[in-house]
Ligand binder design. Structure first.
Ligand SMILES: C[S@@+](CC[C@H](N)C(=O)[O-])C[C@H]1O[C@@H](n2cnc3c(N)ncnc32)[C@H](O)[C@@H]1O
Length: 176
C-alpha cells in the first residue's frame, strides 16, 4: 500500500513538473516527428565543422539522431524540464552516442559562439526571445535549423515542407 502511494506521488510529481516547466518556458516537450526529422536531416550539409547545439532537447530523440549523423561533432543538448532531461540523460548514459552530452539548464545562459549548427523546435514567442541571442552569439557561417517556427525577419537559406499531417515547415538559416 505504501509503495502504491510513493509510486503515485512520483508519477504525479513528474506530470506536475512537465506542466510547470511548460508554463514557464511556453514550450511543451513535444518531440520532432520522424517525418520532420528526415526533412531537416536532408536539408543539413553532409559535414558540420564544429559543435552542434540543440536548444530545448526534450526527450532527446533529435539530439541522438544528430549525434549519430555527425559523429565527429560534439552535440550539446540543453533541456530545462526535469523529466524529459532525466529521461534523455539516462538514455545517453546507457546507449550513447559518445559525442552527445545532455545538460540540464536554461539555454539562454549558454555561450553559443563556437556553434557550427543550432537546432530548435520552439514556439514563436520563444523564437522571438532567442533571436537577439543568436544574432549576438553566432559566428558567420553558423547554421540554424528550426522545426515549424521561423525566425521572423531572417531570410532562410532553405525552407522545406515535411510530409507529416501538419505539413510542417522546416527552416535553415546561415548567419552572414
Ligand atoms: C517542442 S520541445 C522540442 C524537443 C526537441 N528539441 C525535439 O525537437 O524533439 C521544446 C523543448 O524546449 C524546452 N525549453 C524551452 N525553453 C527552454 C530554455 N530556455 N532552456 C532549456 N530548454 C528549454 C522545453 O522544456 C521543451 O522540452
Amino acid at each position: 500500500m505504501t509503495w502504491d502511494f510513493i509510486i503515485l506521488g512520483l508519477v504525479l510529481a513528474a506530470i506536475v513538473s512537465v506542466f510547470v516547466s511548460t508554463l514557464m518556458t511556453a514550450a511543451s516537450p513535444l518531440p520532432t516527428s520522424a517525418a520532420v526529422r528526415e526533412t531537416m536531416m536532408a536539408m543539413l550539409p553532409a559535414d558540420i565543422d564544429g559543435p552542434i547545439y540543440e536548444l530545448g532537447s526534450g526527450w532527446g530523440g533529435l539530439a541522438v539522431a544528430l549525434a549519430g549523423r555527425y559523429p565527429a561533432s560534439q552535440v550539446r543538448a540543453y533541456e530545462v524540464s526535469v523529466l524529459p532531461w532525466a529521461a534523455s540523460r539516462l538514455r545517453a548514459l546507457l546507449s550513447g552516442p559518445e559525442n552527445l552530452s545532455v545538460r540540464f539548464g536554461n539555454f539562454h545562459k549558454v555561450d553559443l559562439s563556437d556553434a557550427a549548427l543550432v537546432v530548435c523546435y520552439l514556439p514563436g514567442p520563444a523564437m522571438e526571445k532567442l533571436k537577439p541571442k543568436l544574432a549576438a552569439d553566432l559566428k558567420a557561417g553558423a547554421l540554424v535549423a528550426s522545426n515549424t517556427f521561423a525566425l521572423q525577419g531572417w531570410t532562410a537559406a532553405d525552407e522545406k515542407t515535411a510530409s507529416d499531417i501538419h505539413m510542417s515547415r522546416v527552416y535553415l538559416y546561415r548567419v552572414a
